[in-house]
Write a protein that binds this ligand. Structure first.
Ligand SMILES: [Zn+2]
Ligand SMILES: [Zn+2]
Length: 100
C-alpha cells in the first residue's frame, strides 16, 4: 500500500510524483510546516527525504539542522586548522628572524 505517512491523510499517491510516492508523502505534507505522523508533530526533511520531529529543525527550515550543524562544525574546524598552520608558519619565520 502506497499512501502518505501523515496521520489521517487520505491522499491518493497513485497520481503523485515519483519522489512523493517513493517517500510515501503527499505533496501537501511534504511542504507542510507541521505534520502529525504516528501522533508526533513532525516535518518532512528535504535533505533526508523523511519525517523528523520538529525539534530537529531550525525554526521554519525545510531540512533538519543536524546536517547543517555538522557542516558548520567542519567548516569551523578547517578554519581553526588553517589558522593554527598560519601561526606555526609565523612562529618559524620569527624563529628564523631571531636566529638570523
Ligand atoms: Zn499526506
Ligand atoms: Zn533531515
Amino acid at each position: 500500500m502506497r499512501c502518505c505517512q501523515a496521520d489521517m491523510c487520505m491522499a491518493d499517491l497513485s497520481d503523485a510524483k515519483p519522489y512523493h510516492r517513493r517517500h510515501k508523502v503527499c505533496e501537501n505534507h511534504a511542504k507542510a510546516q507541521i505534520v502529525l505522523v504516528a501522533g508526533i508533530r513532525q516535518r518532512f526533511c528535504q535533505q533526508c527525504s523523511r519525517f523528523h520531529e520538529l525539534s530537529e529543525f531550525d525554526e521554519t527550515k525545510k531540512s533538519c539542522c543536524r546536517r547543517l550543524a555538522g557542516h558548520n562544525e567542519r567548516r569551523r574546524k578547517n578554519a581553526a586548522e588553517s589558522h593554527s598552520e598560519w601561526m606555526v608558519t609565523k612562529g618559524i619565520v620569527l624563529l628564523l628572524l631571531l636566529e638570523g
